[in-house]
Design a binder for this molecule. Structure first.
Ligand code: PLP
Length: 388
């Protein structure tokens, strides 16, 4: 049997993250409540599933254009981005294999060996891995609880190296913190990006999950930004369609044009019936609103619960479905805290250190489970903290 030696160096060096072990352990235990998963627990609305199966029965079972069906690109332009009617469906938008498929394509097309990419710390785990795999170097831009885990313009300047830094990734609403970058700060980041002539990747996959009337805008809409920003979106979170693998991106036409060609070599096209399901979903924004409202309710429960736990200081993020509370007061590092939480009261949370150095002392709490489960989990965490 052939072994790993046949793989290239990049693939050989890949390893699963440290938190994987904890999740594997949890999967073998009974009575565990998960606050560790970044996926809505709801099933996709059955009407979307029906639209997809009807499309199949009508023969929409063939290859689609590399960029995605025009009907979907039209619908995305109107309704799929934070910035509505802002991108040209014919030349600036393409459909991808989930948000991750969009990253993979962007990194493959944009990065040359050694190019540096600025990413906030703490950050979504896959950013760094994808950048590294495609030959780039991920450079963390530190953020803190005090500044709402939002990158500061001066920290971007400090991390920038002329001739090396190619791209800046921004992710708002954010995974793992749930924070939404306020408009004023977004404007400052946009200004620095223009000044430093950076390409910007704006990950807006949690764009529809926003609460408490938080002001939501896309960095692509600031002066000088449309020509340097690639926006990534997805049906996964907002429409509870993680398994459908439908994502999309929009950006400068010359860049999108080449990415459509690269798509041909790696994916050919994206699942055709699923694209028709996605068209139907966008014609029914009330489905996304239903999901948002259910998370708004869960968010309230979890925020209230965490505020009442002595020793934990929680942030009050206005987006996605995460909290990122400070647990440093208990004198344990975040991995030990989360491991003991699992062993002793059977609740899974993700250690903040998994998301970068600045995540140490915090944990990510996903409020994607049903309300009764969330209440039980909070009760268990409270008991655990009291004991500590
Ligand atoms: C910040 C962020 N971006 C992108 C994705 C990718 O989502 P998908 O590939 O399912 O569209 C995720 C998934 O967890 C995420 O948290």
């Amino acid at each position: 049997m052939l072994g790993e030696e046949r793989l290239n160096e990049k693939a050989r060096n890949i390893s699963l993250g440290a938190i994987r072990e904890m999740f594997d352990k949890a999967s073998k235990m009974d009575g565990v409540i998960s606050m560790g998963i970044g996926e809505p627990n709801q099933d996709t609305n059955p009407a979307i599933c029906r639209a997809c199966s009807e499309a199949m029965l009508k023969g929409k079972t063939h290859y689609a254009p590399n960029a995605g069906i025009l009907e979907l690109r039209n619908a995305l332009s109107k309704n799929g981005f934070i910035a509505k009617n802002f991108f040209d469906p014919e030349t600036e938008i393409m459909v991808t294999n989930g948000g991750m498929g969009a990253f993979a394509l962007i990194m493959q097309c944009v990065l040359s060996l050694g190019d540096e990419v600025l990413i906030q710390d703490p950050q979504y785990l896959n950013f760094k891995q994808t950048v590294n795999y495609c030959g780039g170097v991920a450079i963390p831009v530190p953020t803190s609880f005090e500044n709402g885990f939002c990158m500061q313009a001066e920290d971007i300047r400090k991390a920038y190296i002329k001739g090396k830094t190619k791209m800046l990734i921004i992710n708002s609403p954010n995974n793992p913190t749930g924070e939404v970058v306020p408009k004023k700060q977004l404007a400052e980041i946009a200004k620095v990006a223009c000044e430093l002539d950076l390409l910007v990747l704006s990950d807006e996959v949690y764009g529809s999950l926003i609460y408490d009337g938080a002001e939501q805008c896309s960095i692509a809409t600031f002066p000088g930004m449309k020509e340097r920003t690639i926006v990534v979106g997805s049906f996964s979170k907002g429409y509870a369609m993680t398994g459908w693998r439908i994502g999309y991106l929009a950006g400068p036409s010359a860049i999108v044009n080449k990415m459509v060609k690269v798509q041909e070599y790696f994916n050919s096209c994206i699942n055709t019936p699923a694209q028709w399901g996605a068209v139907f979903a966008l014609e029914h924004p009330e489905f996304a609103e239903e999901i948002r409202l259910s998370f708004a309710e869960r968010r309230k429960i979890v925020l209230q619960g965490f505020e009442n736990i002595q020793g934990i200081k929680t942030n009050h993020p206005k987006g996605a479905f995460y909290l990122f509370p400070d647990i440093s007061g208990f004198g344990l590092d975040s991995t030990s805290f989360c491991n003991r939480l699992l062993d002793e009261v059977r609740v899974v949370c993700t250690p903040g250190s998994a998301f970068g150095e600045c995540g140490e002392g915090f944990m990510r709490v996903s409020y994607t489970a049903e309300k009764d489960k969330l209440l039980q989990a909070i009760d268990r965490i409270e008991k655990f903290c009291k004991r500590l």
